[in-house]
Design a protein around this ligand. Sequence first.
Ligand SMILES: [Cu+2]
Length: 486
Amino acid sequence: MSDSKVYTDYFFDEPVFDLHDGGYIPLEKADFPDKPLNIPAAIKPDKVEGNDVYYTITAQEGETQILPGAKTKTWGYNASLLGQTIILKQGVHYHVHLVNELPEVTTFHWHGLNVTGPIVDGGPHAPVYPGGSRDIDFTLDQPAQTDWIHPHPCPNTARQVWNGLAAAVVVTDTEEAKLPFPRNYGVDDIPIILQDRNYHDNQLDYKADYDVDGTLGKYALVNGTINGVFDVTTQRIRLRILNGSDRREWRLHFDDDHEFTQIASDGGTLPEPVRFTKLMLTCAERAEVIVDFGDKKPGDVVTLMSDDTPIMKFKIGEYAPDNTKLPEHLTTIDAPKVTPGLPVTKTVMSGMDDQVRLDGKLFDMQRIDRKQKIGDTVLWDVVNTNEMDGGMIHPFHMHGCQFLVISRNGKAPYPNEHGWKDTVGVNAGETVRIAVQFTKFGVYMYHCHILEHEDTGMMAQIEAYDPNHEHKYHLLSMDEMNHPSK
Ligand SMILES: [Cu+2]
């Protein structure tokens, strides 16, 4: 792949996307004044002792000025909405004190982090009850990337994210640090957390807006801001884009078709930069892109759109000239060889509405659906069989690993799918082949990342096992998770 190619048609097979679903709510231009884009504060450690860093993350209630008039009741991590950005470094041992100040049980899932499951990973087996806390620790052993934390309690993930719980996690390392990428957080390196919401007298009402195929809102929010404006003070900026929506796919482009370059996917730096004028992200996917505003002058405004709806603006200010050119080769993906002699694992996402299933079943927290030996690299065929009404895209997510996309219906993956990923959009009628390796033993979930689909039960569990180290897991039932006193 040469970096001279600019992809201008990255919406691919448009009819399979949710434009054609009866319940689909298109974004609407929000008729509210522009506001400075919220840039989540970077979290500060409680203490640092050599290679040990201590953080406290509190899930809390708050109020946020989203619309003119009354503030909106929202939830966040160390913030009233979304959360502080958690910045982690490869090789450091983290100790995290997780606190729940919400009125209900929640969990703290590290989406994209290669940490042991099911407890540190923060799925439904690691509840934190109201007024309670949990302490976890892990040594970060993966490369620079953009991840996130969000709640994962069964079956209330979708509502808790809708209420505001989602925070960016930025992983840094020494290899990525040598690449000519912007990395001054908040100045030329910012998270772009994409969500959509409706408001009822300025308040969220998840029940009123609920859709079993994924709840949608008509207003786009970036980092919790409607009609946000970011003041550009450098020629190049790095956007760490996260689809933090319950269900919406984002089809991003600038109003003037300004080109941008993707440098990283879910699991970190891409082998080669990929240039686009249009980029699609399904739920929970991340893309780091660099936008070069070298052809703009102070006072110019560039609008970021999804489909035909403006979602935020970049206001160009004075900047120093920057002639940095990205190398054509960014990193080498050390792809593990597929372990010989093992069958392909086939997993099937099917149905819509309350008929969604994973391998024909609904989720059972006490059932291990599959096993895979740690260190083995196994091909998985992830199938989306559903073609009702043109079908729906199901974003497939695995905990506890980063995988490589091998093919889509036997053809090459998308141009930006040549790096590590933990979430991949699977179109209706499509089989996406991925190569999966676990390096840490544990019990991990894999599921559709449309949050209402996962809450309905489109999830399963895999035990990554070490034959020389048998481990027994205490798996909670959903009832135990939600009602500890029983
Ligand atoms: Cu789904």
